[in-house]
Design a binder for this molecule. Structure first.
Ligand SMILES: C[S@@+](CC[C@H](N)C(=O)[O-])C[C@H]1O[C@@H](n2cnc3c(N)ncnc32)[C@H](O)[C@@H]1O
Length: 210
């Protein structure tokens, strides 16, 4: 398995951008208004999980972690932007919060029944994707599942938009190419859905029992 020794240097810029827009980003993403269908996708995903805690990796403003907590399940927040993570832990009640990079999760192996990674791995250039996926596989319990949201159809690079006026890196995948990378780290892709939300797709991937 190829691994990188350190995180990607560009993550410092991504983090800086989110830190500069904490309030604005929270206002945009803390509920499901702008994400039609997403609440149901997550509810369906959670219903399929065995017992155990869920990791919300790249939790942002914590919309999805809050949904998980509402089901009575333990939930752990993880995000690389301390300012955003701090603001989120003030707003929502969770079991633990860890400021960390998806490329080096400081979490025990085989811990989580589920991992939600919504719009986070796309902030890494593609040579880092396998390492991030391998971290997700490692922290899942055997039989545990990950719901990973990514974008398709664009050109990789730095991008800022009217909605988010600060630079962030975006990597875009064809869903089937992304599924190949999941399999490369030993995750079994059980579902691949192109979303009704613009250029998003989701992969549901399971760590096999053995
Ligand atoms: C597009 S937001 C998604 C937030 C949330 N999951 C949602 O769907 O609303 C991406 C989040 O990932 C975090 N992030 C970016 N790069 C990361 C990395 N390498 N490791 C962990 N978190 C990262 C950012 O700080 C931000 O909170």
């Amino acid at each position: 398995m190829t691994t990188v020794d350190a995180g990607w240097p560009g993550t410092a810029q991504v983090r800086h951008s989110y830190a500069a827009l904490v309030e604005h980003y929270t206002e945009m993403t803390a509920d499901y208004r702008r994400f039609p269908g997403l609440r149901q996708e997550l509810t369906d995903f959670l219903a399929e999980l065995g017992p155990g805690p869920v990791l919300d990796l790249g939790c942002g403003a914590g919309r999805d972690a809050d949904l998980v907590a509402g089901t009575g399940r333990a939930v752990v927040l993880a995000d690389v932007t301390p300012e955003l993570l701090r603001a989120t832990t003030v707003r929502i009640a969770v079991d633990a919060a860890v400021c960390c990079d998806a490329l080096a999760l400081p979490l025990r192996s085989a811990t989580f029944a589920g991992v939600i990674a919504s719009g986070v791995l796309l902030h890494l250039p593609r040579q880092y994707t396998v390492t991030a996926l391998d971290n997700i596989r490692r922290v899942l319990r055997p039989g545990g599942k990950a719901l990973i949201s990514m974008k398709y159809g664009g050109r990789d690079g730095w991008r800022s938009t009217d909605d988010f006026p600060a630079p962030r890196w975006f990597s875009y995948y064809e869903p089937t190419d992304f599924a190949v990378l999941c399999r490369k780290v030993g995750l079994r892709v059980t579902q691949l859905d192109v979303s009704s939300r613009k250029d998003w797709f989701t992969a549901t991937a399971e760590r096999p029992e053995r």
